[in-house]
Design a protein around this ligand. Structure first.
Ligand SMILES: Cc1ncc(COP(=O)(O)O)c(C=O)c1O
Length: 443
């Protein structure tokens, strides 16, 4: 029954309106009932979930969803998640799930290979890039303070030698959240100027030291731009700083010979955060943290108790903030195996080509594209902030496609992020037609 209903959903998703309509949203009221006193037949539960829930989803697995940076899950990843749900494995320790531990180890190796990172790095599978940034910062904090003779796990942060943190003006907000979670307040952070595309200006870096964490970005959420890591990393490393890279989606450009130049220099860093639920189109939640020094990651995160005896092999739980969790590596493995390097490269290049087509089509229609379209992100202005916001609202309401708004370098823009394997040329043409028609009617 679940398979049948899911199959129907998947078959219809390409042709339905992208955002749910008012009626479908209003029907969600049916869920608002008191906690049932009696048991309900699971078939009835599932039927209600499908009948009320499915129409109120956003069709982000269809080909015409361009909001945020949201990939559509790959068939192999969905299928693997069904099997993994039936397995219901706890991926905390190898003894709890040998298959989960093994697949995690293998996929982390594959991810390092895809991103061009050293093969002997260690990593963990977390919920999202925000948590991956946070986890990497915990490792950085632990390692830098240990070098200064301070054990943060034992002695905490009060009274610890100060650590300086340096970020770019356009660092993603998740870095700021991760820094605050890790005990580095916003006021302690030195912010380095960015250029017109949001790239950190290498010439404006302050003096760094072995008590500095420098956060670089591979893939600006608005423009798609990359900080000049090849210029910055060697200087930062020479001064003893810990370099962390937020590469939530951009780092995956490394799999394509056409776009690899953008990721030059990032492999010299000490830690990296990325998401497989963005560009590689694995289902949620699929954040990945990778750290060059495996000891730094483990020292920050190891959990010991007599009943949680580790094996001699890598233990997943010692590489993430969580203990019990689902076996995220299963879907990641299935997605990467089904794509192979060639499929992943084709996905990256295809979505970038679609972004170029959007930019060209919108420019040809007389609208201003605000960014250099270096990867899969396009920013378009339809005129004033008010007009641009009104046109975005109408595009969302009309339902052919979905794009969100942003403000980039003081200008309000519509963001087009082409991140799904499912987007076809005809999806792009259909969406362009709708955008241009709606924008012209509004002007
Ligand atoms: C550069 C960057 N970092 C971090 C994030 C946060 O990702 P998540 O929602 O998976 O935590 C995003 C989201 O788009 C991003 O673009």
């Amino acid at each position: 029954m679940a398979a049948e209903r899911a199959r129907r959903y998947v078959a219809a998703v390409a042709n339905r309106r992208v955002a749910p309509d008012e009626q479908d949203l209003a029907a969600l009221a049916r869920f608002h009932e008191s906690f049932p006193m009696e048991q309900v037949d699971p078939r009835e539960v599932l039927a209600m979930l499908d009948e009320v829930g499915s129409p109120a989803t956003v069709a982000s697995t269809g080909g015409r969803y361009f909001g945020f940076v949201i990939g559509g899950t790959l068939p192999a990843a969905v299928a693997a998640s069904w099997l993994a749900a039936a397995w219901d494995q706890n991926a905390a320790l190898r003894v709890m799930s040998p298959v989960a531990a093994e697949l995690e180890e293998i996929t982390l190796r594959w991810v390092c290979e895809a991103l061009g990172l050293p093969a002997d790095c260690q990593g963990g599978l977390v919920t999202c890039a925000t948590m991956a940034n946070f986890t990497a910062l915990l490792a950085a904090r632990h390692a830098l303070l240990a070098k200064a003779g301070w054990n943060v796990a034992q002695d905490g942060l009060f009274g610890a030698p100060p650590i300086d943190v340096v970020v770019g003006t356009e660092a993603h907000v998740s870095i700021l959240k991760a820094l605050s979670l890790a005990g580095f307040g916003a006021k302690r952070v030195t912010v380095v100027d960015a250029d017109s595309q949001g790239r950190m200006r290498a010439g404006r870096l302050p003096k760094l030291s072995d008590r500095t964490i420098l956060c670089l970005q591979a893939g600006n959420v608005n423009t798609g731009s990359f900080d000049p890591a090849a210029e910055i990393c060697p200087q930062a490393k020479a001064q003893g700083a810990w370099v962390h890279v937020d590469g939530a989606f951009g780092l995956w450009a490394n799999v394509s010979p056409k776009y690899r130049h953008l990721t030059a220099g990032f492999a010299e860093a000490d830690s990296w955060a990325t998401d497989a639920h963005k560009w590689p189109n694995v289902g949620y939640d699929s954040g990945i943290v990778i750290v060059r020094d495996p000891i730094a990651l483990r020292a920050a995160l190891t959990l010991n108790a007599a009943y949680l005896e580790p094996s001699a092999r890598r233990e997943p739980m010692h590489h993430t903030p969580e203990a019990s969790r689902r076996a995220r590596g299963v879907e990641l493995w299935a997605a990467l195996k089904s794509l192979g390097r060639a499929g992943l490269c084709a996905l990256i290049e295809r979505t970038c080509a679609h972004a170029q087509r959007f930019a060209a089509g919108l420019r040809a229609a007389g609208f201003e594209v605000l960014n250099e379209v270096v990867i899969n992100q396009v920013l378009v202005s339809f005129g004033s902030a008010e007009i641009t916001r009104e046109i975005i609202r109408r595009i969302q309401d009309e339902g052919t496609c979905w794009c969100g708004a942003t403000v980039s370098q003081g200008k309000t823009a519509m963001r087009i992020s082409v991140s799904s394997w499912a987007t076809t040329e005809s999806d792009v043409e259909r969406s362009l037609e709708a955008m241009i028609r709606i924008a012209r009617a509004a002007l």
